[in-house]
Write a protein that binds this ligand. Structure first.
Ligand SMILES: Cc1cc2nc3c(=O)[nH]c(=O)nc-3n(C[C@H](O)[C@H](O)[C@H](O)COP(=O)(O)OP(=O)(O)OC[C@H]3O[C@@H](n4cnc5c(N)ncnc54)[C@H](O)[C@@H]3O)c2cc1C
Length: 401
């Protein structure tokens, strides 16, 4: 499908590095503009449950809706009705209700396995004519007059008019293009997770329960099919260093000793532990582009998961960058416009995510007493900011002539 408005500046070929969230999405928008687009993904096509699961917020889903993929992605995942926060004794100390999101924001929060999301987006990009390649790792790039050349690990070289770095937190494109850019910062939290069947867990289908445990934080989403999708955040980096999965499980169980007993049941019922991930973010990069190369998604502004926005921001970026390429006279002007339009929004979310993550750190008895009483107020205050984030709309409107 080609949009009636085509890319300005005579662009014909694009190379997109990364087949996660931003990569295939921007590829679909570039195909609308008629660009021959290649997506390079380092992983093999068979990569399994890498990355566990994530939540797509209404602001991200509206980008998928623009591509005609909203209903499909929602069907592949599950709507999250809301979140209940509990303390280490299992007492509910706050609720965020998502059930009116469709009416307020035009879409609901959708939880989806990461592998499922990646697969669906790459398939959709392929169906729209993008050349999506797995096992294709970018190792170097050269800028020549009028083009940029991607060099793959296999030795193959691909020339393009623009190259988009959608290769995530540890972006190779960023390292090659902006070698002085600051490294991602460790947030102080590690993340592990998994998928389990645990019929005895007191979880309501479609709801997430977030528990401020005595020594670690635990989040569990009850997927409608009866599975529990869970994650565990800890500041205890030792868990990261344990190589043996059963010892790692023992370390998670030890960190939740004394917390509601169903948490241990879920961890024990999990066939394969996923992770660990040391959570990093990038508060700000001096710039997002150089020459014919531009970064988007986590490569430009990695967000810790604690705001549930990284994937949704990557989707927004994809639409806005393609629109800027459509409307600007030259790639450099498009990239500058893109950065100008996006920087304020994404950096505010990265800061908020860091703050939310800090709130997950284990609290002493006095701090926990205050948190239990203050959380409803913090949730109310946070609700306005969250509503602004969810209500944000990026538009694929026609070019203004
Ligand atoms: C544990 C965890 C939980 C999270 N939970 C949420 C959540 O609930 N909600 C949310 O919105 N966000 C969440 N996030 C953040 C979210 O996953 C990211 O913000 C989002 O995936 C960013 O998308 P992206 O396309 O920029 O990068 P990615 O999705 O990371 O994709 C980058 C891709 O590039 C590929 N790649 C890397 N290097 C190369 C190379 N040299 N050549 C070719 N390919 C390469 C990688 O294999 C990968 O597939 C979470 C993150 C983590 C770590």
């Amino acid at each position: 499908m080609t949009d009636s408005t085509r890319a300005n500046g005579g662009l014909r070929r694009a190379v997109v590095v990364g087949g996660g969230v931003a990569g295939p999405t921007v590829a679909m928008f570039l195909r609308r503009l008629g660009l021959a687009t290649t997506v390079l993904e380092a992983r093999s096509e068979a990569a399994g449950d890498e990355g566990a699961f994530l939540g797509l917020a209404p602001n991200g889903l509206q980008v998928l809706a623009e591509l005609g993929l909203g209903a499909e992605i929602q069907a592949r995942g599950a709507v999250c009705q809301g979140m209940r926060f509990t303390n280490a004794r299992g007492r509910c100390i706050g609720v965020i209700d998502h059930r009116d999101h469709a009416q307020r924001f035009g879409a609901q929060m959708v939880m989806i396995r990461r592998a499922e999301l990646h697969r669906s987006l790459m398939t959709a990009a392929g169906e729209r004519g993008a050349d999506c390649r797995f096992g294709a790792r970018l190792v170097a790039l050269d800028e020549r007059p009028g083009e940029v050349v991607a060099r793959l690990e296999s030795g193959e070289q691909l020339a393009a008019d623009v190259l988009l770095g959608c290769d995530g937190l540890r972006s190779r494109v960023r390292a090659l293009t902006l070698p002085d850019a600051p490294a991602p910062a460790y947030t102080g939290l590690c993340d592990l997770g998994g998928f389990a069947r645990c019929p005895g867990a007191p979880l309501e289908p479609g709801w997430t329960v977030m528990t401020f445990g005595r020594r670690a934080f635990f989040g569990a989403f009850a997927a409608p099919g009866g599975e529990v999708w869970w994650f565990h955040n800890t500041g205890a980096r030792e868990t990261m260093q344990v190589a043996d999965p059963e010892q790692r499980r023992a370390s998670i169980l030890a960190l939740h000793a004394g917390d509601p007993g169903w948490i241990a049941d879920v961890v024990r019922a999990t066939p394969t532990l996923l992770g660990p991930w040391a959570l990093h973010d990038i508060m700000t990069l001096p710039r997002w582009h150089a020459g014919r190369v531009c970064l988007l998604g986590d490569a430009a502004h990695a967000t810790s998961p604690s705001a549930g926005q990284g994937a949704s921001l990557a989707l927004e970026d994809a639409l806005v960058l393609a629109r800027c390429l459509r409307d600007a006279e030259a790639p450099q002007a498009a990239f500058a416009r893109f950065e100008q339009e996006r920087r304020g929004r994404v950096e505010a979310v990265v800061r908020q995510a860091r703050k939310n993550g800090d709130g997950k750190a284990p609290a002493g008895p006095v701090a926990a007493w205050f948190r239990d009483r203050m959380l409803p107020l913090f949730l109310r205050l946070g609700a306005a900011a969250q509503a602004r984030t969810f209500a944000h709309r990026v538009e694929w409107s026609p070019r203004a002539e």
